[in-house]
Structure formats: C-alpha cells, structure tokens
Design a protein around this ligand. Structure first.
Ligand SMILES: NC(=O)c1ccc[n+]([C@@H]2O[C@H](COP(=O)([O-])OP(=O)(O)OC[C@H]3O[C@@H](n4cnc5c(N)ncnc54)[C@H](OP(=O)(O)O)[C@@H]3O)[C@@H](O)[C@H]2O)c1
Length: 96
C-alpha cells in the first residue's frame, strides 16, 4: 500500500478512523474527508502519532449536501488524478 492514494470518508471517528489508521500503518497516503475542521485536525494529529505516517491530506465536505459533494469530487480529481482506494464510510446508521 506504500504511497497508494486512499480516500476515507468520515475518517475522524469510529470505523473510518480505524480504517484510516490501518491504511496509514501500511504506508498509504490517506485522504481524510471530514465535515468539521477541528475534529479533522484532532484526528489527523492522533493518526500521525499512532501510525508514524504523516502522509495525510484533509478535504472538508458535508456529504449530506450535494453541492459540497460535487465540489469535493472536483477538488479530489484535480489534486489526485488517480485514486487507488475509496472507502465510502460516512453515512447513516439508522437506529429505528
Ligand atoms: N458502528 C456500527 O455498528 C455500524 C454497523 C453497520 C453499519 N455501520 C456504518 O458504518 C459507517 C461508520 O459507522 P461508525 O459507527 O464508525 O459511525 P460514527 O462513529 O458516527 O462516524 C461516522 C463518521 O462519518 C462522518 N459523517 C457523518 N455524516 C457525514 C456527512 N454528512 N458528511 C461528512 N462526514 C460525515 C462523521 O463525522 P462527524 O464526526 O463530524 O459527525 C464521522 O466521522 C456508517 O456508514 C454506518 O452507517 C456502522
């Protein structure tokens, strides 16, 4: 996984955080997609400290908002023409 571009949505907590950590430990370049800048930065610092890998790029987007999601797609393509892994983790867990 060394240098592979791996996008994880909702990477600042829960399953997304630990998926991101596992990818970083394998040497990946992690792209975190988060909706809150403060939470993203706190998670970024913790991920670097726990993995020893600082290859992390953060994109902010609310994936519940279509305009934000389209902007994210365009920003990702222009920054990383090739994405190796996409983990669509952020979503809804229905408790009903
Ligand atoms: N945990 C389970 O037992 C379980 C079981 C089945 C399926 N799942 C699915 O697995 C995924 C992760 O679950 P989890 O338990 O790890 O959830 P979690 O701890 O609530 O984490 C969800 C992550 O997604 C982010 N997120 C949520 N809505 C977003 C949005 N509109 N735009 C951008 N980011 C958003 C959250 O950001 P914030 O921190 O800013 O809220 C958080 O980083 C979900 O899709 C869930 O439905 C979980």
């Amino acid at each position: 996984m060394k240098g592979k571009i791996c996008v994880v949505t909702g990477a600042n907590s829960g399953i997304g955080f630990y998926t991101a950590l596992a990818l970083l430990k394998k040497g990946a370049h992690l792209v975190m997609v988060c909706r809150n800048a403060e939470k993203a930065e706190a998670a970024r610092q913790e991920l670097i400290q726990k993995s020893g890998n600082a290859q992390i790029t953060v994109f902010l987007a609310d994936l519940g908002n279509m305009a934000d999601t389209k902007k994210l797609g365009q920003a990702l393509i222009s920054r990383f023409p090739v994405l190796d892994v996409l983990v669509n983790n952020a979503g809804l867990l229905s408790k009903g």
